[in-house]
Design a protein around this ligand. Structure first.
Ligand code: PEP
Ligand code: MG
Length: 586
């Protein structure tokens, strides 16, 4: 039977990396090793069974080490997750408990592994902290790897796939994704996962189309099936008809043509039709990402999320380590601005801590500036590193999760103390830098007229502002349909913030995800947002969108938008005027 004899099936998931690809499915069957036999062993065999288990762990560790060493430089950052897997292999809760279970229950190593892993996964999944919840996924990956070595299943070796395939998997681990060779893999789809998983982040870094959260893709697709992956809409089409193939081939060519055209123009300034220039910057998590910001025509770094240097390690980074990293970024970007946000830890990005200290509601807990003010030594170390790096270029400092005036005062007092100390010690630094705050807590909007007195600029973090003002957990898929930046309440909060800042002669930037969507840009221009910061890949389209608009017209358009009563009505009005994808005019 050929693909054309089969019925076309459409699956819908979450588009986690944009683009379209068409190719033959290649199933990465990690679930296959799930069929685990249980059998009892005699006391006599306990020792050899434990030895067999230890050997499997050793092999798993060697495999991980090889993958880490062979990971391409472009995605080297993600080896941290693999290093965590290496540590997990020997974790007492896993390794120690499995050995203990073999000894006490007299069962085979595979069954002991399955038993311990199920209870460990359940324990982590029951935790409310999303970071700890995610550890259940890591435990799953580590256990699959040990199991493959125990049962001797055929190894999955993505690195050796020799055709241009589309990978289909229940879940791709970061280790597997990091083995993807661009010339061999066109894209991938997974049953599990969502837009913020490490795997999706790697897909976006590699620039290949990907769809996650498909639930049953591995059950509906067989090896060699022809499939279309649409990473923009989140659709996956199995056995496409001739007509569908033609349509998607045209869309693919058009998409690639559009991206190439955008990239060619990404170094042009974002100047509107009526002559206003806007800075379009990149958000980065790791210093290496500045390359992508520059390649995509970024005018600077609007948000450097510094917390990633603190994750997945038992200690805090020292001043020199931080200073070296910040200095690299600042020097390469100079004279463009680099906005260094101080540690925003313990919301969805938690430090490694004992389980007892995990909060029930971390998004509202001791995170970000609250954490820093309670841990002055950690804060001061970071502030010293920032002021020292500031001697090498154009640095701005940004305090996250500010909810009231006193937090700014305390943070600024700390900054001055640190600066005085550096001066006394005769260490080169620059204390004359701009100070800003994230506007991401509703109380900061309400107080924005007062807060504006204390800072040089505001940067609006819509990801948290929407979460807190519309009461939507940003990581909860059940309420994701309510997470809408065009909600009239959000537009009013933005307007209030901009008006308050403007009255005090202060500038307002936006670094939340809202800033990178071409559908939102006409409204943001009308509001008077002065600088935009986003995922580096979104920069070319955002610049092009700005170049196609007229600020005066957008101000008038905004006054119409503000009369609408629902997010849906706002969206329809935007789409009526600018089309389905916004006003980028490409
Ligand atoms: C935000 O909240 O919008 C933001 C930019 O910060 P983060 O996504 O790191 O919380
Ligand atoms: Mg935030």
């Amino acid at each position: 039977m050929t693909d054309s004899d089969l019925r076309e099936i459409i699956l819908t998931g979450i588009g986690v990396s944009p683009g379209i690809c068409i190719g033959k499915a290649y199933l990465v069957d990690v679930e296959g090793v799930d069929i685990v036999e249980k059998y009892h062993i005699s006391q006599l065999h306990v020792h050899s069974e434990i030895k067999r288990f230890k050997l499997a762990v050793k092999r798993a560790k060697n495999e991980l080490r090889t993958i880490i060493e062979n990971t391409p430089d472009a995605i080297k950052d993600h080896v941290d997750i693999l290093e965590t897997h290496v540590i997990l292999l020997k974790d007492k809760l896993l390794y120690g408990k499995i050995i203990e279970t073999i000894e006490t229950d007299f069962i085979n190593a595979e069954w002991a592994l399955k038993k311990v892993v199920s209870s460990l996964k359940a324990m982590f999944l029951n935790m409310s902290d999303p970071y700890l919840k995610e550890r259940a996924i890591d435990i799953g990956h580590v256990s699959d790897r040990i199991l493959i070595n125990l049962v001797g299943s055929e190894k999955i070796n993505i690195a050796t796939i020799d055709k241009r395939a589309v990978l289909v998997a229940a879940d791709l681990s970061p280790a597997q994704t990091s083995q993807i060779q661009l010339e061999r893999v066109k894209g991938f789809i997974t049953d599990k996962g969502g837009g913020t998983s490490h795997t999706s982040i790697i897909a976006r870094t590699l620039g290949i189309p990907a769809v996650s959260g498909l639930d049953h893709a591995t059950k509906s697709i067989c090896n060699g099936d022809l499939i279309i992956v649409d990473g923009i809409s989140g659709n996956v089409i199995i056995h496409p008809s001739e007509q569908t193939l033609v349509t998607y081939e045209e869309r693919r060519i058009e998409y690639e043509f559009r991206m190439a055209a955008l990239d060619r123009q990404s170094h042009l300034d974002a100047v509107t039709l009526d002559g206003h220039r806007f800075m379009v910057m990149g958000n980065i998590e790791l210093p290496e990402e500045i390359v992508s910001v520059l390649d995509h025509g970024g005018d600077g770094i609007g948000l450097y999320r510094t917390e990633f240097q603190y994750l997945g390690r038992p200690d805090y980074p020292g001043e020199t380590e931080l200073y070296d990293k910040y200095k690299d970024v600042v020097e390469v970007m100079a004279p463009r601005p680099v906005t260094i946000r101080t540690l925003d830890i313990n919301g969805d990005k938690a430090l490694d801590r004992p389980i007892e200290s995990v909060e029930d509601n971390p998004a509202l807990g001791l995170r970000a500036i609250r954490y820093c003010l309670k841990h002055p030594n950690v804060f001061k170390t970071q502030l010293r590193a920032i002021l020292r790096a500031a001697a090498y270029g154009n640095v701005r400092i940004l305090f996250p999760m500010i909810s009231g005036f006193e937090e700014i005062q305390e943070a600024k007092a700390m900054l001055h103390t640190v600066s005085d100390e550096l001066k006394e010690e005769g260490i080169a630094h620059n204390r004359d830098i701009e100070i800003g705050i994230m506007i991401e807590v509703p109380s900061a909007v309400i107080l924005s007229d007062i807060l504006a007195d204390a800072v040089d600029f505001f940067s609006i973090g819509t990801n948290d502002l929407i979460q807190f003002s519309l009461a939507i957990d940003r990581g909860n898929r059940q309420v994701a349909y309510l997470f809408n930046p065009l909600h009239p309440a959000i537009l009013r909060l933005l307007l209030q913030t901009v008006d308050a800042a403007r009255a005090k002669g202060k500038r307002v930037f936006m670094c939340g995800e809202m800033a990178g969507d071409p559908l939102h840009i006409p409204i943001l221009l009308g509001l008077g947002i002065q600088e935009f910061s986003m995922n580096p890949n979104a920069i070319p389209l955002a610049k092009q969108t700005i170049r196609s608009l007229n600020v005066e017209e957008m101000r008038i358009f905004l006054s119409e938008i503000l009369k609408e009563k629902t997010a849906q009505a706002v969206m329809e009005r935007v789409q009526r005027r600018f089309g389905q994808e916004g006003g980028h005019g490409v």
